[in-house]
Design a protein around this ligand. Structure first.
Ligand SMILES: Nc1ncnc2c1ncn2[C@@H]1O[C@H](COP(=O)(O)OP(=O)(O)OP(=O)(O)O)[C@@H](O)[C@H]1O
Ligand SMILES: [Mg+2]
Length: 239
């Protein structure tokens, strides 16, 4: 079997907030086309890790490379330009803009044709959004807003999609709907690093999971062929 091509390489990364070091030497890779889930307890630094990759939290040591090029010290808008696109835990939508305008914002650095093709693709992932293109985003349910947030990120056709708890605060029905798109994204070759606390969702969609604990990666393993039970994984995260 061919060796998978590494897209993201995180090496000895340290970062955090004034007087509060959070990541204390984090190491992992994400290969092209892979879906990796980052697990960890509340406050373990999962969002900090994604924010460090996307440039919103600055790196104090180590390196982050995308396709072999160092991106660790770039400002967030420059990281975005390399194709790393994040959907934050807060979603950060513009509630008074329509669904379609929010989606279009994801492609603001691209041309009309590029955006039109991307929108078409996003509507095939989330047909619900096509029925609501001209509605203001604030009237949508939480689950639909999450679809807009993921859709907006996809409009730019990211090389690496960073998702921070896509299931957060959603009903089981929406979690299922959102889970359903990961299979499609995989077929379309989208590479994803996702924080997810819903362990059932995580194990259902991921190729590999990594556990962040005490500022370092405690576990890094593929799902396929793993005999580990859910309880054993939960123990490693929390106990
Ligand atoms: N802007 C900030 N300034 C100072 N401390 C912060 C800031 N953001 C996060 N922290 C702290 O950093 C630690 C890690 O937070 P982070 O949000 O990365 O955790 P998390 O694993 O994503 O948690 P959750 O599961 O609750 O989303 C926490 O102790 C948090 O209080
Ligand atoms: Mg978080």
């Amino acid at each position: 079997m061919a060796t998978p091509e590494v897209l993201l390489s995180v090496r000895d990364v340290r970062s955090g907030y004034r007087n509060h070091p959070i990541l204390l030497g984090v190491n992992f890779d994400v290969s092209v086309g892979e879906l990796v889930v980052l697990l960890g307890a509340n406050g373990s630094g999962k969002s900090t890790c994604l924010n460090t990759i996307s440039g919103f939290v600055s790196l104090s040591a180590g390196s982050i490379a995308l396709g072999g090029a160092e991106i660790g010290h770039l400002a967030p808008h420059l990281v975005f330009r390399t194709g790393v696109v994040q959907v934050s835990q807060k979603r950060d939508l513009f509630p008074d803009l329509t669904v379609e305008d929010n989606l279009r914002l994801g492609g603001r650095t691209r041309g009309r044709e590029f955006i039109a093709e991307s929108l078409e693709r996003v509507y095939t992932y989330f047909p619900r959004l096509q029925e609501r293109t001209h509605q203001r985003t604030r009237v949508l349910s939480g689950g639909e807003q999450q679809m807009v947030a993921i859709g907006r990120a996809l409009v730019s056709r990211p090389r690496l999609l960073l998702l921070d708890e896509p299931s957060g605060g959603l009903s089981p029905q929406f979690v299922n709907e959102i889970a359903g798109i990961f299979g499609r994204l995989k077929i379309d070759g989208v590479t994803i690093l996702m924080v997810e606390q819903d362990i059932n969702l995580a194990l259902a969609v991921a190729d590999r999971f990594i556990i962040l604990r005490s500022g370092t990666i405690r576990e890094d393993r593929t799902i396929k062929g793993s005999t580990e039970t859910k309880e054993e994984i939960v123990r490693k995260i929390y106990l």
